[in-house]
Design a protein around this ligand. Sequence first.
Ligand SMILES: NC(=O)c1ccc[n+]([C@@H]2O[C@H](COP(=O)([O-])OP(=O)(O)OC[C@H]3O[C@@H](n4cnc5c(N)ncnc54)[C@H](O)[C@@H]3O)[C@@H](O)[C@H]2O)c1
Ligand SMILES: [Zn+2]
Length: 371
Amino acid sequence: VTPMRIKVELGDRAYEVLIGPGLIAAAGRHIAAVLPARRIAVVTDENLAKIHLSGFVAALVEAGIEAVPVVVAPGEASKSFRTLEAVTDALIGAQLERGDAVVALGGGVVGDLAGFAAAITRRGMAYVQVPTSLLAQVDSSVGGKTGINTRHGKNLVGAFQQPALVLADTDVLDTLPKREFAAGYAEVVKYGLLGDAGFFDWLEANRDAIFAGGAARVEAVARSCRAKARIVAADEREAGERALLNLGHTFGHALEAAAGYDAARLVHGEAIAIGMVLAHDFSVARGLLAPADAEKARTHLSDAGLPVTISAIPGPRFEADELMRHIAQDKKVRRGSLTFILTRGIGQAFVAEDVPADAVHAFLSEKVNAP
Ligand SMILES: NC(=O)c1ccc[n+]([C@@H]2O[C@H](COP(=O)([O-])OP(=O)(O)OC[C@H]3O[C@@H](n4cnc5c(N)ncnc54)[C@H](O)[C@@H]3O)[C@@H](O)[C@H]2O)c1
Ligand SMILES: [Zn+2]
């Protein structure tokens, strides 16, 4: 099967995203076509090491590339200085040279961590993203944001470092837990909601087929990557349009933080599903959006098996004051105002500056207790 190819147009740092079934088995050939590396560190997590590492290593060996596996613990906690140190030590200890390369074989955690390790080891090594979660295939593997978390919050230390290639093998999603698939699907829906009503309609007609796999899934990943690639090419450093990708993320990040980043309660894509519904409801409350459009977004996400209310998050109740503290930490509050991604319709998100913090607080006070 010939993979779909999407180019991320970034001048001398341009690269391609290949999407389709069977890409892991052909990975050595695709990587050798863009990089001269004879030795490659394959950073992955323990879950993936059990299922997909040996096949990936075999594909490299077949192309005459020596693989050096570097396995980290699964989960957000691996985006830490401690694990970063272990990965950079492994790269240097294996005597990888600047001309060698790093592969991130995993979800967004491995991608952000390995990408950042590649950005800083020997002042920058080439790296390839092989995203294995739906979220990583449609979002984190494209765009060059890499980094780790600190005690002050998520993604606070990092670098922009574009990969040399992205290989999104849609078959590997078959082993992804159902809950993680649904979470990644929230980011797929995001592209429709933020700027493409036609894509949202297509998702309404094809959601079950996308979850089942096959051609619809490949197309959903490809259309999402194309949307992200276009936005990143237009605004690599998030001076403008790229901010639209944060639809649902201000509320979502606050919920993740308030839930203590406890994956048993909430994973990122679930937080974004709730956050996007809140952004739509808040747009209705601000008189910007027709209630029927907010309902459409909510129903689609809910039917995909995603949580859409704050009260759906298991565990202790949330307080509006605490959520506001996280929002203030996440964003600069300028003279009582916040910048938010709001929307005027399906596919019509925009950057709203000067949203009064008071209005957000009042809105959240109602939503924390809403059924
Ligand atoms: N750099 C960016 O632009 C960007 C964008 C969005 C999110 N992110 C980051 O991405 C991270 C979340 O990524 P994620 O949702 O992929 O989480 P993850 O990397 O933790 O993966 C989720 C879980 O699924 C498992 N898994 C992944 N692929 C699998 C497969 N094919 N089969 C079986 N199990 C598999 C992992 O081991 C893990 O337990 C967050 O840290 C977030 O900050 C980064
Ligand atoms: Zn996200």
